[in-house]
Design a protein around this ligand. Structure first.
Ligand SMILES: Cc1cc2nc3c(=O)[nH]c(=O)nc-3n(C[C@H](O)[C@H](O)[C@H](O)COP(=O)(O)O)c2cc1C
Length: 366
């Protein structure tokens, strides 16, 4: 079981990508599998893969959904910058609020975006099937599911009926294979370094990504520790056709969190995260007073309810939006030690792709 950090209700859904997002599944050649094609544009490798083709995006970069953070404006900024943003549906407590958020994304960008449906345990879950119908009505074309379990079969079937590209995110090879067998069009896998749910297997990204890549036919998005062009290129080299990043995006201009938290993350190093909630669903978080307290109470057998009280979305939002840095938990990956500035999302993505391109060219010549 995992916990919804972010909202006083939970559930997630992802976004949709406008009418401009075509159903490219049929046209993406299987012969492209695992190949990073590199058409040059002003001397740069562009990293076109099945993921960029299927999703209709410029860069193979997914802005990982973040509860209480991935709102319409932030998602639109990520999509406008050439990646794909993922709206966190659990943030919206009613279907009307959720529908309004989808409208807002569309108002801000004509680029593809996705919506996350959350299958982690939630205190006040919304109906996934009702939110899926809202997405269908609003023309959402990409749905991402995540959680400790796969979505129910009826919902997997419904994604297809609604013509959505279905991405499932998980933290283990066996879950990835299962998602593909259930019909996922794309699978995302994250290693133990990642911020948020780390799963039970404790397999790092360097081993996780190639292990899963060689077991799947559908394209793979990999993550956990992706913060720059070096880590992006590494994950692509391991067999993923796209990368997902969450922690790095916290320290961007458009990220709606308090400047005190952004600065604290810049000051953090690779040892400033810890894994808590192993009894209810392990999550990697930034070390602060609440994270330490959570570990302490768990060590003496705290109940699910006691743990939930500490890690509630309400407490996290005090950190995110009021800058009360010790009031709640903040999911955070080990890559935090590599964050040194607060660029715009566009500066971040352009810089990553340039760095990855330069390294690829240098290695090719060596
Ligand atoms: C602050 C924060 C909140 C997150 N919330 C969610 C969430 O609600 N649902 C989810 O599926 N993943 C969530 N994640 C995981 C990200 O979507 C992404 O998979 C992960 O951050 C990638 O690893 P990285 O942090 O090393 O880049 C969260 C991550 C962070 C950092």
């Amino acid at each position: 079981m995992a916990v919804d950090f972010a909202s006083s209700q939970t559930v997630c859904s992802y976004f949709d990508s406008r009418g401009s997002l075509q159903d490219n599944r049929a046209t993406v050649s299987r012969s492209n599998r695992g190949v990073i094609r590199s058409p040059r544009e002003k001397g740069e490798v562009m990293f076109q893969t099945r993921i960029t083709q299927m999703l209709g995006i410029k860069y193979p970069i997914v802005g990982g959904t973040m509860a209480s953070i991935s709102n319409a404006d932030f998602v639109a900024a990520i999509s406008e910058a050439g990646g794909i943003g993922v709206l966190n549906s659990v943030m919206y407590q009613t279907k009307d609020e959720f529908a309004a958020a989808l409208d807002r994304v569309r108002k801000l960008t004509d680029k593809p975006f996705a919506v996350n449906l959350n299958f982690f345990p939630a205190r006040f879950p919304v109906s996934q099937s009702e939110y899926t119908e809202v997405m269908g009505r609003k023309g959402v074309k990409v749905v991402e599911t995540s959680g400790h379990t796969a979505p129910p079969l009826e919902l997997c079937k419904r994604f297809k009926e609604l013509g959505m590209i279905w991405i499932h995110k998980c933290a283990g090879a066996r879950y990835a294979v299962k998602a593909e067998s259930l019909g996922a069009d794309i699978v995302t896998v994250v290693g133990y370094e990642n911020g948020g749910a780390v799963g039970r297997l404790e397999i790092g990204t360097l081993v996780m990504v190639p292990t899963v890549a060689q077991r799947l036919k559908v394209p793979l998005i990999g993550g956990g520790g992706v913060v720059d062009g070096r880590s992006m290129l590494a994950v692509l080299a391991l067999g993923a056709e796209g990368v997902i990043m969450g922690t790095r995006l916290l320290a961007t201009q458009e990220c709606p969190i308090h400047s005190k938290l952004k600065q604290a993350l810049i000051n953090a190093t690779e040892v400033d995260t810890m894994v808590i909630m192993r009894t209810v669903g392990a999550h990697r978080v930034w070390i602060n007073e609440t994270a330490k307290k959570c570990a302490d109470v768990e060590a003496i057998g705290a109940s699910f309810e006691e743990i939930l009280n500490l890690v509630s979305g309400e407490n996290s939002r005090k950190v995110y939006y009021e800058g009360e840095l010790d009031r709640g938990v903040v999911p955070c990956g080990q890559g935090v030690g590599q964050i040194h500035d607060i660029p715009t999302v566009k500066e971040l993505f352009d810089g990553m792709v340039k760095q990855a391109s330069d390294i690829a060219n240098r290695l090719a010549k060596s």
